[in-house]
Every structure is written in C-alpha cells, then in structure tokens.
Design a protein. Structure first.
Length: 187
C-alpha cells in the first residue's frame, strides 16, 4: 500500500489541470446527480484513514444547520468537453473563516454508465479543491471528504447520527442571560 501511495503522490492532479484548462469555475450546471453509492471502508481507503471521514459528519452538519448556508452540489453541463466519468462541482464555505468559499470538483464513475457491469473498484476517479491542501493526489482535504461522504454514503442511509449540538445550544442560550450590573454580582 505504501508503494501505491508513493506512486500516486508523484502523479499530477488531472482534475485540477482540467478545471484550469477548461475554466470550469464559471461553467453552467444541471441538477442531474448520478453519484455512486460508497461504503465506509472505501471512504476510509480514499481518505487514507478515518480522520477525514469522521470530520465529514460535523462539516456537513454545520452546512445543514446554518440557515444562510446550504450545500451547492451541481453537475457540469457541457458533457462533450468533459472526461468520461461523471463530474460534479460543489461550493462550500470554510469552517474556520466565514468569508472563505471553496470550489471543488470530483470526477467519478456514473452509476448510469454500465448498470450491467460489475461494481467498479474505483468509483471516485479524481478530485480537486481550491483550498490550500485541495490539489493533493493522496488522501483528500476535508471539503472533498465531506462532499464524497455525503453524496456517496450519508444520503443513502436512513439514520445518520450527527455529533451532538448540546454545546452549541448552551452557548446560544447563554446569549439570553441577564448581564450583571457589576463584576461582584453573580447570577
């Protein structure tokens, strides 16, 4: 496995090159999504461990909870100029800086291409994100991992257990507490 990772690390990021060459950041999109269903084991292998997969739960939960922000996941339209697999674009805000917005692209084997064909060993072909660590070819950044986890796994599960919101709700409740008149007064 280490040899495979070293070999993959030497490969160029093909999706990054395609995004830059075809100016895909400004392309029109359509809503047809044919993303493959993935297993947790596949996700762990793709992300090189469990950290990014575990982080994906809270990352997606943050996006779904925030009323001003939602996931923007779209298929690119111009199929004649795109590679054979499916190709999606997503726009997400950074968890750490609200002003930072990242775009990411994922090339995958469409579930509609060969339904009679046996399961594809590698349904995720390649990926690229505009964040600082998004052009890697080994493992994924948190943005890529969260979108792949959501599209390939979470949306197909009846009950996903997201992390508890208890701490966040406690902080929101404390905003409504009466402020003391002086520092010696306690509530």
């Amino acid at each position: 496995m280490a040899q495979q990772l070293l070999q993959k690390a030497r490969e160029p990021n093909i999706v990054k090159a395609l995004v830059e060459a075809e100016n895909l950041a400004t392309r029109n999109v359509e809503e047809r999504l044919d993303f493959p269903v993935l297993t947790l084991e596949y996700l762990k292998n793709l992300t090189i461990g469990v950290y990014q997969v575990k982080l994906a739960l809270s990352y997606i939960q943050d996006k779904q909870r925030d009323e001003d922000e939602e996931l923007h996941i779209e298929m690119l339209r111009d199929r004649n100029r795109l590679p054979e697999p499916g190709f999606l674009r997503a726009r997400v805000f950074s968890r750490f800086r609200n002003a930072a917005k990242h775009q990411l692209w994922i090339a995958y084997q469409s579930t509609n291409e060969d339904e009679n064909d046996q399961e594809n060993e590698d349904p995720i072909q390649d990926y690229y994100c505009t964040c600082k660590s998004g052009a890697r070819t080994v493992g994924t950044c948190a943005h890529i991992a969260s979108i792949i986890w959501f599209m390939g796994y979470a949306r197909h599960q009846p009950n996903i257990r997201y992390p508890s919101n208890q701490i966040i709700e406690s902080i929101r409740d404390s905003a409504n507490r009466r402020q003391p008149r002086n520092i010696n007064e306690r509530t």
